[in-house]
Design a protein around this ligand. Structure first.
Ligand code: ADP
Ligand code: MG
Length: 313
């Protein structure tokens, strides 16, 4: 997943638990990597019309991504890969495609053209076929680490671990409380460096950040192009946000939200929260203003250098 990952678990069986966690993470890569040859998603993208056969776990993940795409009006879009690839975000050979090229590629990013149906020849097993229209390509990068995190925590739990903290490239997920019984404290990075912007006290929770400040390239025009895209324009997102941290029990939900809210910008993100209220967020705007949702009251504390934060009710 092109990042560093740390799993730290506490308890008697922690060595064995960590070994299982590692295995589980490597398995995720074999399933959902877009770049690893012969991963399930790689195969799907090679022959989208023929599709791939898979079990309930990955079908559930794809189905979840489609539902989130619908709920967020396409802010989250699991089939933006033709576009992000053209900009060079998979290869590192960055370039700015011209308008005509983008217009052509945008014909391939309609998530309503993903099909999930029972696999014809496997009546016994719960297997499904995922397929798409010709030329479409899936990329579960916006939800993959959250999915992997939930999987790892389940694995640790089954191995008898009651206290753990994992960091999957900035996706923080905690199991239970700290070994001393008190909640974990997770910091939210300051995009401009230095002390964290705030700390949040959590147990059994995911704290997932999406930002435009770590993965980007600078164009010849001097502008900064980030790795999170707007599916309506086919271009990297440019709005009033620097980072969004989503906080809720499910790593998968938090990961999908951090990306979707980032694409929405602050106003739409606030409306989305008001309509749903099944998660919390911390938003950092380009003007350094900080917004957080009411559910975090009593759990969130700010460090000295943070400008006055506004609580969204
Ligand atoms: P990170 O991977 O940096 O933690 P995200 O969870 O926000 O950040 O996922 C960003 C990745 O998701 C991108 O690298 C790209 O592969 C993919 N992506 C970019 N824009 C979108 C989008 N609007 N919807 C879904 N996936 C996206
Ligand atoms: Mg995400």
């Amino acid at each position: 997943m092109d990042t560093f990952m740390t799993v730290r678990s506490y308890g008697r069986n922690c060595r064995e638990a960590n070994r299982l966690a590692r295995e589980s993470l490597l398995e995720c890569e074999d399933l959902i990597s877009t770049t690893k040859e012969n991963s399930l998603i790689y195969m799907l993208n090679e022959e989208p019309e023929k599709g791939v056969k898979t079990g309930v776990e990955i079908c559930g993940l794809v189905d979840f991504s489609i539902k989130m795409a619908e709920r967020t009006y396409g802010a989250l879009n699991p089939v933006l890969f033709p576009v992000t690839r053209a900009w060079g975000f998979t290869s590192g050979n960055f370039r700015i495609p011209d308008e005509q090229e983008i217009e052509e590629l945008l014909k391939l990013v309609d998530y309503r053209n993903i099909k999930i149906e029972p696999a014809e020849d496997s009546a016994e097993k719960a297997e499904f076929r995922i397929s798409m229209k010709a030329g479409m390509m899936m990329d579960l990068g916006a939800v993959g680490k959250g999915f992997a995190g939930d999987r790892v925590l389940k694995m640790l739990s089954l191995a008898g671990i009651e206290s753990a903290i994992i960091d999957l490239g900035g996706n923080i997920q905690v199991l239970g409380n700290k070994p001393d019984g008190s909640p974990w404290t997770v910091g939210v990075k300051n995009p401009w460096g230095g002390e964290p912007v705030c700390g949040i006290k959590v147990s059994d929770c995911a704290v997932v950040t999406s930002g435009g400040y770590e993965r980007f390239f600078e164009g010849e025009d001097g502008r900064r192009y980030i790795h999170i895209f707007d599916g309506r324009t086919g271009c990297p997102v440019e709005n009033d946000l620097v980072a969004v941290t989503a906080v809720c029990a499910s790593g998968l939900y938090a990961d999908s939200l951090s990306t979707a809210l980032f694409v929405m910008g602050s106003e739409k993100a606030v409306s989305f929260w008001r309509e749903n209220r099944d998660f919390d967020f911390v938003i950092i705007k380009k003007d350094a203003a900080v917004l957080y949702t009411a559910g975090l009251k009593g759990k969130i504390f700010f460090t000295a250098g943070t400008p006055a934060a506004v609580c969204v009710e």
